[in-house]
Design a protein around this ligand. Structure first.
Ligand code: F0G
Length: 348
C-alpha cells in the first residue's frame, strides 16, 4: 500500500523532482465540516477546515512534509526549529520518520502539554528557553548557520509552499473558492501560504477567485491587527503568543491584495468560541484555532462579511493538544460511590 499525503496528491503543484524523497505520514485530506448552528446564527454558509485531523494534530504537517523532503534531498545533517509547540511536534515526528536528528527550542512554561509530549516522545532534543518565541527563533536561526541544520520554521519556503495545499483542498471540495477565509495568525506564515495557494490555483485555471483573507490575533499578541510591535506578547492561546511575526510583511501584502483584514479578539472571546464549537458543533479545536470563529462572533454582524457568504474557518490545531486549558474551563465531573441509588440521585 502507498501512503497518499500532500506530496503524492499535489505533486504537480509543488517544487519536487524525481530526486525528492516522497516522505509521508498521510497528511492533508482533512475534513471540511459544515457549521450549521453557528452559520445560521451568523447568516453565513460556514465551514470548518479541521486541521486537527492531520497526523500530528495541526496544519504544520502540510508544510513540514515538504520541508523535510527537501532537507533530505539537499543532504541536511539535521533539523532545527523554534516553536510555540505545534511546529516542534510536527518537525519531531517527520524527523523521526526520516531518520534525521531534530533540535527544538521552546519558550519555557508556555507550550501546551500535548505538544511538549509529542516533541519528547518522537525523540527530538528539546531545549526550554527562558524567553519568548521571538527570542527562541533568533537562537534557532543562529544555530542553523553554525551547525548546518535545516531550519523548518516558516522562514523555510518549502514549509509555506506545502501549506498552500489547504487552499487547494478547499477549492477541490467546494467546487469553487470560498468568499472569505478566517484563520489565526502568529508568525503569519499560514495566512500568507493560504493566499498564495489560491493565487497559484487561479493561475493554473483551477480556481475562479481569491477569498478575502481574514487574519485574527489575540489582543495580547496583536502586532499586525494593532499595527505596532508587541515586545511582551501574552495570551491563553499560546500557539499564537508571538510579538514579532517573521512573515508579517508578506502577510500584510496578502491580506491587502485579497481585500481582507487583520482583527484582534480577547482571550475570553477565544475560549468562548472554543466552548461553542465543542458544545454546539461537536468540534474540539485548541484555543488559538478558535480565534477565527471568535472574530466572526464579534464582527460578522458589523458588516465584516456580506450575509450569505461562503466562509471557511481554518481550525489549525486539535483540542487535545492543550487539555489543561480546555479542562480548566469545562467544569469537573460528578463523583459518587459505586451505587445505583447514588447515580440516580446525582443525575436527578
Ligand atoms: N494556529 C496554531 C494552532 C498554531 O500552532 C500556529 C502557529 C498558528 C495558528 C499561527 O500560524 O504562525 O503561520 O501565523 N504555531 C507556530 C508553532 C508558531 O511554533 O507551532 P502562523
Amino acid at each position: 500500500m502507498k501512503m497518499k499525503g500532500i506530496l503524492q496528491r499535489y505533486g504537480n503543484m509543488l517544487p519536487i523532482n524525481p530526486g525528492t524523497p516522497l516522505v509521508s505520514l498521510g497528511e492533508g485530506g482533512t475534513p471540511l465540516i459544515p457549521l450549521e448552528s453557528l452559520g445560521e446564527e451568523l447568516g453565513l454558509r460556514l465551514y470548518a477546515k479541521y486541521e486537527g485531523a492531520n497526523p500530528t494534530g495541526s496544519f504544520k504537517d502540510r508544510g513540514m512534509v515538504l520541508a523535510v523532503a527537501k532537507a533530505l534531498e539537499a543532504g541536511a545533517k539535521g533539523l532545527v526549529c523554534a516553536s510555540t509547540g505545534n511546529t516542534s511536534a510536527s518537525a519531531a515526528a517527520y524527523a523521526a520518520r526520516s531518520g534525521l536528528p531534530c533540535t527544538v527550542l521552546l519558550p519555557k512554561g508556555k507550550v501546551a502539554s500535548g505538544k511538549l509530549a509529542q516533541a519528547l516522545i518522537h525523540g527530538a532534543r528539546v531545549v526550554s528557553i527562558r524567553g519568548n518565541f521571538d527570542e527562541a527563533l533568533g537562537l534557532a536561526l543562529a544555530l542553523s548557520r553554525e551547525m548546518g541544520l535545516a531550519v523548518v520554521n516558516s522562514v523555510n519556503r518549502y514549509r509555506l509552499w506545502g501549506q498552500r495545499s489547504v487552499a487547494w483542498e478547499m477549492v477541490d471540495e467546494l467546487g469553487r473558492s470560498p468568499d472569505a477565509v478566517v484563520l489565526p495568525v502568529g508568525n503569519a506564515g499560514n495566512i500568507t501560504a493560504g493566499w498564495a495557494g489560491f493565487v497559484q490555483y487561479r493561475r493554473a485555471g483551477k480556481a475562479d477567485s481569491i477569498p478575502a483573507m481574514i487574519g485574527v490575533q489575540a489582543e495580547g499578541a496583536a502586532p499586525l491587527a494593532f499595527g505596532k510591535p508587541c515586545p511582551a506578547p501574552e495570551t491563553v492561546a499560546t500557539a499564537i503568543r508571538i510579538g514579532r511575526p517573521v512573515n508579517g510583511k508578506k502577510a500584510s501584502w496578502a491580506v491587502r491584495m485579497s481585500g481582507g483584514k487583520f482583527l484582534a479578539v480577547s482571550d475570553e472571546e477565544i475560549l468562548g468560541a472554543q466552548r461553542r464549537l465543542a458544545a454546539d458543533e461537536g468540534v474540539f479545536a485548541e484555543p488559538a484555532s478558535c480565534a477565527g470563529i471568535a472574530s466572526l462572533l464579534r464582527y460578522a454582524g458589523q458588516g465584516l462579511i456580506p450575509r450569505g457568504s461562503m466562509v471557511v474557518a481554518v481550525l489549525t490545531g486539535n483540542g487535545l493538544k492543550d487539555p489543561d486549558t480546555a479542562a480548566a474551563g469545562a467544569g469537573a465531573p460528578l463523583e459518587i460511590d459505586a451505587e445505583a441509588g447514588a447515580l440516580r440521585e446525582a443525575l436527578s
